[in-house]
Write a protein that binds this ligand. Structure first.
Ligand code: ZN
Length: 125
């Protein structure tokens, strides 16, 4: 799901749910951590490349302007992201991806990420 590594030995960490807690366990050493707070995208330290597309007809200047406002980027970059199907220049954390999805999806944008996004926006509600 993520490429988290153990802070003690650098081994791979496997997340699992235990009751209401989220437990991260190292596959190589006894390190583990359990928390009720980490079962959420805020724990995800991955950086995502974010791609944005428009639904329906091709990207318009209006769509680019909307995107620019929502993401706080300049309109030229917004238009390039839409037209050239390139990722945003900034990578996003999981929380930022969700924020972008929540603000952009209702406006008719499709938000996708590389690597693919493991969290669903609904889970966070
Ligand atoms: Zn370890």
């Amino acid at each position: 799901m993520t490429d988290s590594v153990c802070p003690q030995c650098g081994g791979q960490i496997v997340p699992s749910k235990s009751g209401g807690s989220f437990v991260l366990t190292c596959t190589k050493c006894p390190w583990s951590v359990a928390t009720t707070d980490y079962d959420r995208p805020g724990f995800d330290t991955s950086n995502y490349q974010v791609y944005i597309a428009t639904t329906g007809e091709g990207p318009s200047a209006k769509a680019a302007a909307q995107l620019a406002v929502q993401l706080g980027i300049n309109a030229r970059e917004a238009l390039e992201v839409l037209k050239e199907k390139r990722p945003l220049s900034e990578t996003f954390s999981a929380v930022e991806v969700i924020r972008a999805m929540e603000s952009l999806t209702p406006l008719g944008f499709l938000v996708s990420t590389v690597p693919s996004f493991p969290w669903s926006v609904e889970d966070e509600a």
